[in-house]
Design a protein. Sequence first.
Length: 224
Amino acid sequence: MSKTKDRSAPGAGVPAPVAGPVTPPRVSARRRRPGLIALAVVLITGGGAGGAVLLMESGHRTEVVTVVRAVPVGQVITDRDLGEASVALDPAVKVADRSDVVGKRAAVELKPGSLLSSGQVTSGSLVRPGEQVVPVGLKPEQVPASSLAPGQKVQIVQVPGEDEEASKAQAEPISARVVRVGDPTPGTGSVVVDVAADRTETPLLAAWVSTGKIRLLIDAQGGA
């Protein structure tokens, strides 16, 4: 019996697979991190809120007038005495306008570094009705060591000379108020002080001043 040789090769007679569409590999989605997302939201929100606050503050800043040099009571305010600053200010606060302040007098003592309000200045004069101004020239030894300032109340007394009789009746002091203090004269140190006094006493005061035999005394605060 002859053996029939199996000529079929492995896979013989099996149809070849038909090529079809290739399915792309599945890519896994990136893992979301809720913590980072929440942090990003917080940062964005916080930055927006901070910007809003800065915008609001900058919108409420006001240009104000400041004092850069000391100005005593009653002295005329000059442009050199003032400066400007931008600050956050309550709208209820009445600020002074620079153009309206220059040329007026200080109603209170103005100190450097302070803000200037409209209530701290006045257009009124230190010379009241019924008064007159007398310039009083004072030598260094006649000027009090304490600084004189406009608005201060003073007493002016007559000092008898050495050649006058000691028994001569001493005249009553004349009450006055400082209106302006001049700058000391270079070399001599003498200074002229304008004072306002009752017009009934100014002729006598002027006569005293002409002799140079006077002294100026400063009244205590609140003194008459």
